[in-house]
Design a protein around this ligand. Structure first.
Ligand code: MN
Length: 289
């Protein structure tokens, strides 16, 4: 798509990207195995890196430049020749490597199935972990299209790990998931239709000391974020998602993050820029809120 191939998030010349001192590890994961509708999310991570090189690095809200805390970007993960399970294992092991360096991993997707091995790796370090899942979809099916590794089953795998789950922005859900939800006290859902009324109380008391946040970009309203595989109307808005994330950072220690499912579209570079800016705002709130 573009000729430029930015390798370090935020700056082509990467003055703050030493892997030895960075607080944040960006892991670009161009995973695409179980996508069902619009294809192309394998190009998401590179599009975010490219767009990130055009951002202002000063954050006027935080009155600082978060990049100065150090952001190291791993090389684009190479999934060539790997099956889905092996690709997921590589992704999880890369996150383990970042955690061993005492960095906070922030994985860029790529399809949402990558969150399962990543969360498993973070959970090894933080056994009390809670997951916050901001998405249009519940992703709670036991299997989808014959595989338990599907993007549509990612949060079911989290429940399998015994991790409490808070889902926000959900507006696409199946009867199977609805039946499952009724049996699972450790899963709470804040529905998008409730949020649209403006009266929702989000049960933040469910967060534990350590939290992992996964953001599927289809959580946003498609009018703001068109470049996703499965757009759903009635989504969340830019400042609404920023407020949610900042609140999470104030309630809990965010120890891992991902932003997934960007599916770059010709003529919609605004989506790539929005994803890059979201990642940078998350880093800023995480480190300086
Ligand atoms: Mn989704």
């Amino acid at each position: 798509m573009e000729d430029i191939q930015i390798t370090q998030f935020g700056a082509p010349d990467a003055p703050y990207s030493s892997p030895d001192t960075a607080r944040i590890a960006i892991i670009p994961a161009p995973l695409e195995y179980s996508v069902c509708y619009m294809k192309g999310t394998e190009y998401g991570p590179q599009a975010i890196l490219n767009a990130s090189s055009q951002m202002e690095l000063y954050d006027e809200e935080l009155d600082c430049s978060p990049i100065e805390a150090g952001i190291y970007t791993y090389p684009l993960l190479d999934y060539h020749g790997l099956d889905h399970a092996a690709a997921l294992a590589l992704t999880g092991n890369t996150v383990r490597d970042a955690l061993a360096r005492k960095q906070i991993p922030l994985t860029l997707g790529g399809e949402h199935s990558l969150s399962a091995p990543v969360i498993a790796a973070v959970h090894e370090h933080y056994p009390d972990l809670t997951v916050v899942h901001i998405d249009a979809h519940g992703d709670l099916r036991d299997t989808y299209e014959g595989t338990p590794l599907s993007h549509a089953s990612i949060e079911r795998r989290v429940v399998d790990m015994g991790i409490p789950l808070l889902e926000i922005g959900i507006r696409s859900f199946s009867p199977e998931e609805a039946a499952f939800l009724k049996t699972e006290p450790d899963v709470a859902i804040v529905w998008a239709y409730e949020m649209a009324k403006g009266t929702t109380v989000i049960p933040w008391e469910r967060l534990s000391q350590h939290t992992y946040v996964t953001i599927d970009l289809d959580a946003f309203d498609p009018s703001e974020m068109p470049a996703v595989g499965t757009p759903e109307p009635g989504g969340l808005h830019w400042y609404q998602v920023l407020d949610l994330f900042r609140t999470i950072c104030r309630q809990s220690e965010v120890v891992g993050m991902d932003v997934v499912e960007l599916c770059p579209m010709p003529g919609q570079t605004r989506a790539d820029f929005m994803a890059a800016k979201l990642v940078y705002k998350m880093i800023g709130y995480r480190l300086f809120q």
